[in-house]
Ligand binder design. Structure first.
Ligand code: RIB
Ligand code: CA
Length: 312
């Protein structure tokens, strides 16, 4: 079976880390690179965290390119309360054996995508969309040459999680998101409407903890941290697992129900900055955007557990 070539752009981040483990342990993916962006925590820390997870997973074959450490225009915002000051819960961070690959994320995305057949490289974005926006500015042909772009971001029927009307990734860099949604990219979006259906229940954490191996142990530790802060801050007994949805969909399209749409982002009003306006009244045959509305959450966790079982 042909492997899906993939670049993951992320801001690890607890749920980003689970998304990385899912990808690192999936033989159906050709993971060309991980690129990182400032988001949950500053950019130098997200790059280090991606390299920590890569080392634990035994995947130092995958280059990590550090990217934008601030949004296109706005002042950086962070979410350390949900991810820990170091971005990886209460894990003790360490400097991984292998450093960042040379060259910034945006250039790496352009080089890797444009060197391969049109439509053959997918991009999964798990943080603010700054790196893709910068890459499109570097190479105007990139959007049309990219394969499927899966994005974790936005909210429609759910309220926001950083403000009443905005989800964190889009809020953090609304200008980048607006440029990406206005481009020729074919984008499938996993917003809070669907990620709130993927809950990290106690039994799902235990199922990961009993797998054995350093990757599964780390995943379990990160999810325990998340469980604690979700209870303390939000009052949820089982918090949502956002970012792995972007990879799970690339592995198995049947896990999600999608609706064709057109998405635009609020960039003028401070009150509704980063709001995603998701319009379903579109021509399905020509829609470039799709919005995830349903998910087989058990199937997503089955994929995560299968990947963790394959990893050291
Ligand atoms: O709103 C959830 C998103 O914001 C996730 O990507 C999480 O990692 C944070 O970046
Ligand atoms: Ca993220």
């Amino acid at each position: 079976m042909k492997k899906q070539s993939l670049i993951i752009d992320c801001d690890p981040g607890v749920d980003d880390a689970l998304g990385l483990f899912l990808a690192f342990g999936s033989p159906g993916l050709e993971l060309l690179a991980v690129t990182t962006v400032g988001g949950n925590v500053p950019g130098d820390i997200t790059a280090r965290n991606a390299r920590i997870m890569r080392q634990l997973a035994g995947r130092e074959d995958v280059p990590v390119h550090a990217g934008a450490d601030r949004p296109l225009v706005r002042e950086p915002v962070a979410a350390a309360e949900f991810h820990g000051e170091g971005g990886i819960g209460d894990m003790t961070p360490f400097e991984p054996r292998v450093g960042n690959a040379p060259g910034p994320a945006a250039q790496a995305i352009v080089d890797l995508v444009m060197a391969r057949p049109a439509g053959s490289v997918a991009l999964a974005i798990m943080g603010p969309m700054t790196n893709l926006a910068l890459a499109m500015r570097l190479e105007p042909k990139l959007a049309a040459h990219l394969g499927p772009v899966s994005v974790m971001g936005g909210a429609r029927s759910e309220g926001g999680n950083i403000t009443a009307s905005a989800e964190f990734n889009i809020y953090a860099d609304p200008d980048a998101a607006a440029e990406v949604f206005a481009s020729d990219c074919d984008i499938t979006v996993f917003g809070l409407d669907v990620t709130h259906q993927v809950r990290v229940s106690e039994d799902r954490i235990v199922a990961i903890e009993v797998l054995g191996g350093e990757s599964a142990r780390t995943a379990g530790e990160l999810l325990r941290f998340s469980q604690r802060v979700e209870r303390e801050i939000v009052g949820w007994d089982a918090g949502p697992l956002h970012d792995p949805c972007t990879v799970a969909w690339l592995l198995d399209r049947d896990l999600f129900g999608l609706k064709p749409c057109r998405i635009e982002v609020e960039t003028v009003s401070d009150l509704t900055r980063g709001h995603t306006a998701v319009e379903f009244r579109v021509d399905a045959a020509t829609a470039r955007h799709h919005w995830a509305v349903s998910v087989d959450a058990g199937g997503v966790f089955a994929r995560i557990n299968a990947s963790l079982e394959r990893l050291p």
